[in-house]
Write a protein that binds this ligand. Structure first.
Ligand code: GTP
Ligand code: MG
Length: 555
């Protein structure tokens, strides 16, 4: 009843947009379970990395003749695919079919002469295209269709959510609008690959691999790009080659610990990015953090990047989350909505502090889905029992083994709707005994808290660590209050939905938009005055200030 009328009462463009998107996505992301064999995480990573190595990034004039541009580039070899995007100018991402084409293009490219300034002649895969005889070409130039790299505005999201057919449809719509697009994913791998070129000047066989939300399937358009410098491949390669009675080792410099080695390597790579990494700006070397890193902006792609080294466990965590995200189509929809809800209410922040992180929220959703009856997601211990010899993985003494072939995990028989799950998620955590229990996705049940942090979420691989150690009591309380409030709103709505013609926000829209939640008559809790919110913010910053700001991120 409501669905159709809602769609009809929507502004024409949005309804049309919606229908188009539904047709083009074919419900692949959100609809019924797709039973085609799923690729392993490592397979996907390797494919994407290889693809990125054949790809170049070109800063173009604002108007360009696309056909001629492609013809010009195809002199160097066939092009597999390309797209344009805007970020302080027009950029093209062009993937050749063969790697040699990139070298060929580099060979005809010149280093610019800049007048009074001087150029550092680093030959990367990031180019600048200029028009020769631009006056003659003007008539042929046209605007280019650009791929979108940012998430929808609150206004558009609001419209889309209000036009959805059901709460389930709202959650799926939010997922569709916020998830990384194919182009954005390509740009992320390309950016890593460009950084790899810089690091490879010192470590020719290194790999710079993305991890975190760029690859774990929970990334939202605009999220940061976490990458790590993998030097392990170098060791593996040489070990295989050694045979016979002699064993050759490189003469190397020794340093007191793995940590010092990481700091030294990142220090140098950070310096290189700063001094001659094209497009890398605002390079900060944060080497004393628990997990040393180099932070910078990659201007051309618009990504905020965190480069770490020696961080295999984080990549393994990303693989685990990717598996959980792929096991059931409800997982990602629920995680995206919970993350957006948390962001909308300032429970999470881009600044490190005493806030809950997206990583912790994802763990909470996974845990909640393990607790359903029947469970929607298996426990990590169960995934470990399905592992075979090849899946065995020990990193720094931690057992990180779990089955990596998604097709060996039986789908869940649970058929609960997203609407029910969202409501129950809020109820579950609105009433969770955080004071005594720890969240543990390895066992899929609460454990006694081993230490007194307000929120305890066991790190799945380094089991003695708490991934939410940074969260303060007041932030946890805020989460609990908002969860209860949201459960209440959904519960009330279930009984008495606003009529479609009333134009009132409903379902997820009522939970997400702060201005909207304020309108809902709530006897219990009103938003605190701005002065109090600012005070809380300052308190959070103060309480985390003693620790290193990055360490508070829990890494
Ligand atoms: P975004 O907020 O979208 O960036 O999510 P994210 O998952 O990328 O989180 P973030 O950038 O903060 O961290 C990147 C990755 O580092 C995460 O996905 C985890 O794999 C890992 N990570 C973050 N925090 C912790 C932590 O407290 N402990 C451990 N072991 N790993 C962490
Ligand atoms: Mg991240």
């Amino acid at each position: 009843q409501r669905p159709l009328r809602r769609l009809l009462s929507c502004p024409g463009t949005v309804a049309a947009d919606l229908r188009r998107e539904e047709q083009s996505s074919g419900n692949a992301e959100t609809g019924s379970e797709d039973r085609t064999p799923k690729k392993r995480f490592s397979e996907l990573q390797n494919e994407r990395r290889e693809q990125a190595q054949r790809t170049v990034l070109i800063h173009c004039p604002n108007k360009i003749n696309e056909k001629k541009f492609l013809k010009f580039l195809s002199q160097h070899g066939p092009i597999n695919t390309h797209f344009f995007y805007e970020s302080f100018g027009l950029y093209a991402v062009v993937e050749f079919c063969q790697k040699e084409s990139v070298t060929s293009l580099q060979n005809i490219t010149r280093t610019p002469s800049l007048g009074p300034e001087a150029a550092i002649p680093f030959k990367s895969r990031y180019f600048n295209l200029k028009l020769r005889n631009s006056v003659n070409q003007t008539s042929e130039l046209s605007s280019i269709q650009c791929s979108n790299q940012s998430s929808p505005s609150s206004k558009k999201l609001y419209q889309l959510l209000c036009c959805a057919e059901s709460v389930d449809d709202q959650l799926n719509t939010l997922l569709r609008e916020f998830q990384l697009t194919e182009e954005n994913t390509r740009l992320r791998y390309l950016t890593c690959s460009l950084i790899e070129d810089v690091a490879a000047a010192y470590f020719p066989d290194c790999a710079v691999r993305p991890f975190g939300s760029s690859v774990n399937s929970f990334g939202k358009l605009g999220c940061d790009l976490d990458m790590f410098l993998d030097l392990d491949e170098i060791g593996k390669f040489t070990a295989q080659k050694t045979s016979g009675n002699f064993l050759m080792e490189f003469q190397v410099k020794n340093v007191p610990s793995e940590r010092v080695a990481t700091q030294k390597i990142l220090s140098v790579i950070g310096e290189c990015l700063d001094q001659f990494g094209p497009g890398c700006v605002g390079v900060q070397r944060i080497l004393n953090a628990r997990c040393p890193l180099v932070r910078f902006s990659h201007q051309a792609s618009g990504f905020q990047c965190d480069l770490t080294a020696n961080n295999r466990i984080a990549l393994k965590s990303s693989e685990l989350l990717y598996m959980y995200g792929a096991l059931d189509s409800r997982v990602r929809a629920l995680v995206f909505s919970v993350r957006c809800w948390a962001r909308a209410h300032s429970l999470t922040s881009s600044i490190p502090g005493a806030w809950i992180t997206n990583f912790s929220l994802t763990m909470m959703v996974i845990f909640f889905l393990q607790r359903r009856s029947p469970p929607i997601l298996p426990t990590l211990d169960y995934l470990k029992t399905l592992a075979d010899a090849e899946d065995k993985c020990i990193i720094e003494g931690h057992n990180c083994t779990f089955v990596r072939d998604l097709n060996r995990i039986k789908p869940s028989g649970n058929t609960e709707t997203l609407e029910l799950l969202l409501k129950e998620f809020f109820e579950y955590f609105g009433n969770f005994a955080f004071n005594k229990n720890s969240i543990n996705i390895r066992q899929g049940r609460e454990q006694n808290k081993p230490e007194s942090s307000p929120l305890h979420i066991q790190n799945p691989f380094e089991t003695s660590l708490n991934i939410s150690k940074n969260v303060s009591q007041s932030q946890l309380q805020k989460f609990v209050d908002l969860a209860r409030e949201s459960a209440w709103i959904l519960h009330q709505e279930g009984k008495d939905r606003p009529s479609p013609s009333s134009n009132q926000p409903w379902g997820l829209a009522a939970l997400l938009l702060p201005s909207v939640t304020n309108n809902v008559p709530l006897s219990k809790k009103k938003k605190k005055p701005a002065s109090e919110r600012i005070k809380n913010l300052l308190d959070s910053i103060k309480s985390s200030g003693a620790e290193n700001s990055i360490a508070t991120n829990g890494r």
